[in-house]
Write a protein that binds this ligand. Structure first.
Ligand SMILES: Cc1ncc(COP(=O)(O)O)c(C=O)c1O
Length: 386
């Protein structure tokens, strides 16, 4: 196959590869506990499913505007304003099939060949993949355990050059569960404002917060015109397969991103956008109960990991991931991740799946039952003690 050269620069998400390998082992009769994929193990609340049914019956079955239905753009803007204290209006919102396309479209719209994008490392692999795909350079901003995996603003400042077009933030963070403080965000904002660099703030875990208070960089004075604020429904409402996300950004940029969507998916399914409005309007108890159970699981998995020989694990402030340091086991993280799956039947990811600064760590998703988490911890203990 004579592929375009750019395809050699497109990365992927190791989680999906490990999921596939785990599936092969299961097909051979092996029992695998899945701690590799970042997906709530809950069903979408019924009232949201019913709203989608109703929207279909009400005729939301055709194409809609590329930027999203006007009423959904307005409602999602309102949600951001309620949760972040911003003052977005509908013209600044673009709705996409999942939050992920905003990463792709945002980078396509803003970043030229030869430009630089500062990405958290370890970090969600799609940031680097898409950056390299468009011929730009992904500049890793190390997230270090000494700083609880929070981006160091001084280090960030040292990475800025005249080619820096975009800074990507993700808080609460995948894969470490770290959360930026208001102080961090103000310091980062000062750098963005000084150099007039756009910030793409990826915030799909904003409701999965266990310690401290969530803040968005969009709250900081002077950041409104420099921010693409990305939100979604996948994690908060257990809607990963529905594919519904959106972002707030300056209205001019929203028009351009909508044009990319016209060229790609045309629009996000209208009945799903309506279901998203219902998600926000309806009772929040079920979503809140899910978040409570993620907190309970975090506590169990962190305590259990810290009891394993050679393993130490910080307690993440948010999201549903833990990022244990496994250097004390004497086993390379990649090897250990492979042994966990092949020998112990526990699917986990090596920290290096999220970049070179993830070396010496594993990433485990705690989006699984307490029973499975405890069983996985026992299996890993047997592996390490064996
Ligand atoms: C940091 C981060 N950003 C974006 C996404 C994409 O979410 P969505 O399902 O809304 O496309 C994920 C999903 O795992 C994520 O972890």
């Amino acid at each position: 196959m004579n592929l375009a050269e750019r395809m050699s620069r497109l990365g992927t998400e190791t989680a999906f590869e490990v999921l596939a390998r785990a599936g092969q082992l299961e097909a051979q009769g092996r029992d695998i506990i899945h701690l590799e994929i970042g997906q709530p193990d809950f069903q979408t609340p019924d009232y949201i499913i019913e709203a989608a049914h109703q929207a279909l019956k009400d005729g939301y079955t055709g194409y809609g505007p590329s930027a999203g239905l006007p009423q959904a753009r307005e409602r999602y803007a309102q949600y951001l304003n309620d949760t972040r204290g911003t003052d977005y209006d509908a013209s600044e919102i673009v709705i996409t099939p999942g939050a992920k396309p905003i990463l792709f479209f945002g980078i396509l719209a803003l970043v030229d060949e030869g430009d630089e994008v500062i990405v958290p490392n370890p970090g969600f692999p799609i940031y680097e993949s898409v950056t390299e795909f468009v011929g730009a350079k992904a500049v890793p901003a190390p997230l270090r355990e000494e700083r609880e995996f929070r981006l160091d603003p001084d280090e960030l400042a040292s990475l800025v050059t005249d080619k820096t077009k975009l800074i990507i933030l993700n808080s609460p963070h995948n894969p470490t569960g770290s959360m930026l403080t208001m102080e961090d965000l103000e310091a980062i904002a000062a750098i963005a404002i000084e150099h007039q660099i756009m910030v793409l703030s990826d915030e799909p875990y904003s409701k999965m917060v266990y310690d401290g208070e969530f803040h968005s960089i969009a709250e900081v004075d002077g950041m409104r015109d420099l921010t693409i604020l990305l939100e979604g429904f996948s994690k908060t409402y257990a809607m990963t397969g529905w594919r519904l996300g959106y972002a707030a950004m300056p209205a001019d940029l929203a028009t351009q991103i909508a044009k990319l969507q016209t060229n790609c998916t045309s629009c996000t399914a209208s009945f799903i956008q309506i279901a998203g409005m219902a998600a926000y309007d309806g009772p929040q108890e079920e979503s809140e109960a899910m978040m409570d159970s993620f907190k309970q699981r975090r506590d169990v998995i962190v305590a259990g990991l810290n009891e394993l020989p050679g393993v130490s694990c910080l307690s993440p402030a948010g999201a549903f991931y833990v990022f244990p340091n496994v250097t004390g086991t004497g086993i390379d993280g990649k090897q250990l991740a492979s042994d966990c799956l092949e020998k112990a039947g526990v699917a986990v990811l090596s920290g290096t799946a999220f970049g070179k600064y993830g070396a010496g760590y594993l990433r485990l998703s705690s989006a699984n039952s307490l029973e499975n988490i405890n069983e996985a911890l026992e299996r890993i203990r047997t592996l390490l003690e064996g």
